[in-house]
Design a protein around this ligand. Structure first.
Ligand SMILES: Cc1cc2nc3c(=O)[nH]c(=O)nc-3n(C[C@H](O)[C@H](O)[C@H](O)COP(=O)(O)O)c2cc1C
Length: 216
């Protein structure tokens, strides 16, 4: 698979089949994704992998744990334009795929709650970064994530990155055994897309090039 195809095909999948993910394949992807660049080659990502038995244990562990206040602001408060509209639009388009109306709070919450099940994915990553690191190293973590997700595409695996897990950060930290100086950034659900699931028909839009790029 060419890089261009992996980039075009990758999308956030929100309903997976239960087809298992091979441990060796997952290990290989996690390792090769670390070819991602990082400032000063500090490689600040810290990755915890769930699959098979570990995933089953995690699901049992998390089931009765309460939500926690997020450890970081997922978005700045009172998001402004054009970001506000971008965020709103993708949310509306996502709920439209499953016929959930704007005032259907229960329907929206039920879909949101599926984050907790990794959308049915059989495998997942939790990505941490040392709390003492700053924005440049958080950006490095993003490099790792996208490299991982593109390699997963090449291996026939789909993904969904999930900041959602910050509302479970303490429980996740405890389960994976991450030291206190590490901070959870996100989870990544990993498996195979359920093409029959309406929610996976969502194709998120991008702003026109002229609105965010300047060619001098
Ligand atoms: C770091 C990060 C965290 C995200 N967290 C969530 C999440 O918690 N739940 C979710 O459904 N989607 C999440 N997303 C997916 C975004 O909504 C998605 O990337 C965006 O709408 C663009 O769609 P696409 O990934 O299909 O291209 C996250 C994406 C990123 C990059």
């Amino acid at each position: 698979m060419h890089v261009s195809e992996a980039v075009a095909r990758r999308k956030s999948v929100r309903q997976f089949t239960d087809e298992p993910v091979d441990d060796a394949v997952l290990r290989d992807l996690v390792e090769r994704a670390a070819r991602a660049p990082s400032g000063g080659n500090v490689q600040p990502w810290r990755i915890y992998v769930l699959n098979g038995d570990a995933m089953a244990r995690f699901r049992a562990f998390i089931a009765d744990r309460p939500h926690e206040p997020p450890e970081y602001d997922i978005y700045p408060p009172s998001l402004w334009e054009p970001y506000r509209t971008n965020r709103f639009t993708v949310g509306e388009q996502m709920y439209a795929t499953i016929g959930v109306e704007r005032d259907d709070k229960a329907g929206r919450l039920a879909q949101f709650a599926k984050n907790d099940e990794f959308f049915g994915a059989p495998a997942a990553l939790f990505c941490f970064v040392d709390r003492r690191m700053g924005p440049p190293q958080w950006s490095d973590l993003g490099m790792y994530l996208q490299t991982f997700m593109l390699l997963a595409q090449e291996a026939g695996l789909d993904t969904c990155p999930q900041e959602y897990w910050t509302v479970r950060h303490g429980a996740v930290q405890e389960f994976v055994g991450a030291p206190e100086h590490e901070m959870l950034f996100c989870g990544v659900a990993i498996g195979r897309v359920d093409d029959d699931a309406p929610i996976n028909s969502l194709v998120s839009e991008r702003m026109p090039l002229e609105e965010w790029a300047t060619f001098l």
